[in-house]
Design a protein around this ligand. Structure first.
Ligand SMILES: Cc1cc2nc3c(=O)[nH]c(=O)nc-3n(C[C@H](O)[C@H](O)[C@H](O)COP(=O)(O)O)c2cc1C
Length: 266
């Protein structure tokens, strides 16, 4: 496989959840943020904001509100990535686009679902760019998807206005244990994920084969089919119908609905 310094950084990255207590230097933080802002962005509009959570009490609270993950509170750098149409929409208002629309006979509109998805793309691409920049400096990171839970609490904590959505939280720190002790997690083979020209729905034989390595490791005494079914059921109960995913879906609905309510919130 081709390899260079950049590909090595990507290959060896893994989520880091235990941090050395040394803070990150101002230069390191600046390098990570600068790289994030160099990420591609739709229409070069930068439809995201990044909130650095410096306040320890807020980190402590996030460690609870993001599905009780105490390591969040121990991270020297915590960045909230917000899909943000508020800034551009406020800018449009400042530019009096309503009068300009009236003159041109164009109906003005409010940010909608597509704008939300595009802003989420922007925010996530900036986030992943920060991850790779940090990794290249020897600084580990971990996404916290549970920031999508507890919409009401997080809206208030960060004073997030209507046309925003906290799409992801990233925690950073120097790994406290040797990287080698923290193994790379496996991935499904490309044939189940990368298709040519058209989408390919997977068949029962694919599900059995794609889960074979994990099945053999976890359930050596079951048949390949039984082991794949057991893995799938475990995943379903641990994740899909778990309380945190139910809450994530409820809370996400609150965020999405608030974008579609017209201008009602501050
Ligand atoms: C969108 C997203 C949300 C995630 N949320 C969490 C989380 O809340 N807590 C956590 O410990 N890891 C979280 N992770 C990290 C994944 O568990 C991790 O990326 C996955 O297990 C693969 O491991 P690796 O990153 O070490 O390769 C999240 C990752 C992504 C991309």
């Amino acid at each position: 496989m081709m390899m260079n310094e950049t590909l090595k950084v990507i290959e060896n990255r893994r989520s880091i959840r235990k941090y050395a207590s040394t803070p990150l230097s101002a230069e390191e933080k600046q390098a990570i943020l600068h790289a994030a802002l160099r990420a591609p962005t739709a229409g070069n509009m930068m439809l995201y904001s990044i909130i650095e959570v410096e306040d320890q009490a807020t980190k402590d609270r996030l460690a609870v509100t993001c599905d009780d993950q105490p390591f969040i509170a121990t991270a020297p750098l915590v960045l909230l990535f917000v899909a943000d149409y508020q800034r551009f929409f406020d800018f449009y208002s400042f530019c009096d686009v309503e009068s300009a629309c009236a003159e041109k006979g164009i109906t003005p509109r409010l940010p909608g679902d597509g704008d939300l998805l595009l802003a989420s793309c922007d925010a996530l691409i900036a986030a992943q760019t920060a991850v790779i920049a940090a990794e290249s400096l020897g600084i580990g990171s971990c996404y916290i998807g549970d920031i999508l839970e507890n919409a009401e609490i997080h809206r208030e904590m960060f004073e997030l206005p209507q046309y925003t959505l906290p799409i992801t939280l990233l925690v950073f720190g120097r790994p406290s244990i040797l990287k080698e002790e923290n193994r790379l997690t496996p991935r499904y083979d490309q044939e189940y994920v990368v298709f040519k020209n058209k989408y390919r729905r997977l068949l029962p034989a694919d599900f059995i084969r794609m889960n074979e390595p994990a099945a053999a490791h976890n359930y050596p005494n079951l048949t390949r089919e039984e082991a794949a079914i057991t893995l799938g059921q475990n995943n379903y109960f641990r994740k899909f119908v778990a309380d945190f995913e139910i809450e994530m879906n409820r809370s996400s609905r609150v965020w999405i609905d608030s974008w579609n309510q017209g201008i009602t919130l501050k």
